[in-house]
Design a protein around this ligand. Structure first.
Ligand SMILES: NC(=O)c1ccc[n+]([C@@H]2O[C@H](COP(=O)([O-])OP(=O)(O)OC[C@H]3O[C@@H](n4cnc5c(N)ncnc54)[C@H](OP(=O)(O)O)[C@@H]3O)[C@@H](O)[C@H]2O)c1
Length: 245
């Protein structure tokens, strides 16, 4: 129970990696707030699964693309852990098709929402002189990705953002780290064929796909005091598909 007496806000926790993160943090003893925008039934399912495991969880609905939604999600509560995980649609666009608005839409999810959420939770963390913020990036920061430049650009901004937040907040005992998943199939990838999956992992040193639970355990490590002297760092969970960053 490494996260006993800690409370965590996990954005985009109604499915996918966010759901696995919420469940793992709760399994390790944290009181978890499940943020989502519109998938209420899925969020309720996560809530009951956590409670069935003996954990503590609550819903924290709020559309993170609006400032009002961000305030609603954070609800002036005090958190020890903030996981910026939510993602909206990730459009596949050539550079001819991509517009500045497409870039802005991705920046709203990966820069604006994390920044405004941080401002909501910061007073509480500063008062406690303790906090762990975990930003979910992607291995594409290292790889680049043709036709997904808006997504990759916004994810890449999370790297400098993480390091700068870590520099500024260290003196308050607040740690900030970035976790970069590789391709980890979740519900939205159900139509990806076995051939494409095999093609991806044939280039991965560990030669298999990662699981949401493996990603979640890395996030839980960064949330816990086991990583008390780690800040401003990136941990990439991709079986060795990239090295560095
Ligand atoms: N899975 C992968 O292979 C992979 C690889 C690299 C990086 N990542 C990163 O990992 C994170 C999670 O990805 P995922 O694959 O688990 O995504 P996902 O399955 O599509 O889940 C997205 C989550 O975000 C929520 N969400 C969407 N719009 C929202 C909004 N406006 N406000 C609040 N919540 C909102 C969704 O809930 P609602 O439906 O209620 O809106 C859902 O809970 C993302 O940051 C993604 O970029 C994933």
């Amino acid at each position: 129970m490494k996260l006993a007496n800690k409370s965590a806000l996990v954005t985009g926790a109604s499915r996918g990696l966010g759901k696995a993160i919420a469940m793992e943090l709760a399994r390790q003893g944290a009181e978890v707030y499940i943020n989502y925008s519109s998938s209420e039934q899925q969020a309720l399912d996560v809530l009951s699964q956590i409670r069935e495991q003996g954990g503590t969880a609550f819903l924290a609905q709020g559309d993170l693309t609006s400032e009002q939604g961000i305030k609603k999600a954070a609800a002036e509560r005090t958190y020890d852990i903030l996981v910026n995980n939510a993602t909206g649609p990730q459009p596949e666009l050539s550079l001819e098709e991509a517009t500045w608005k497409d870039y802005e839409d991705q920046l709203v999810f990966f820069v604006k929402a994390p920044l405004l959420l941080l401002k909501e939770v910061l007073p509480g963390m500063k008062q406690k002189r303790n906090g762990s913020v975990i930003n979910i990036g992607s291995e594409v920061i290292a790889l680049g990705n043709s036709h997904f430049s808006s997504y990759v650009t916004a994810k890449s901004a999370m790297l400098g953002m993480t390091r700068s937040w870590a520099s500024e907040l260290g003196e308050y005992g607040i740690r900030v780290n970035l976790v970069n998943p590789g391709f980890i199939p979740v519900e939205r990838h159900r139509d990806v064929g076995a051939k494409d999956i095999a093609a991806y992992h044939s280039g991965v040193p560990l030669n298999r796909m990662g699981t949401p639970e493996e990603l979640a355990r890395t996030v839980a490590f960064l949330a816990s005091d086991d990583s008390a002297y780690i800040t401003g760092q990136t941990i990439t969970v991709n079986g060795g598909n990239t090295f560095g960053i």
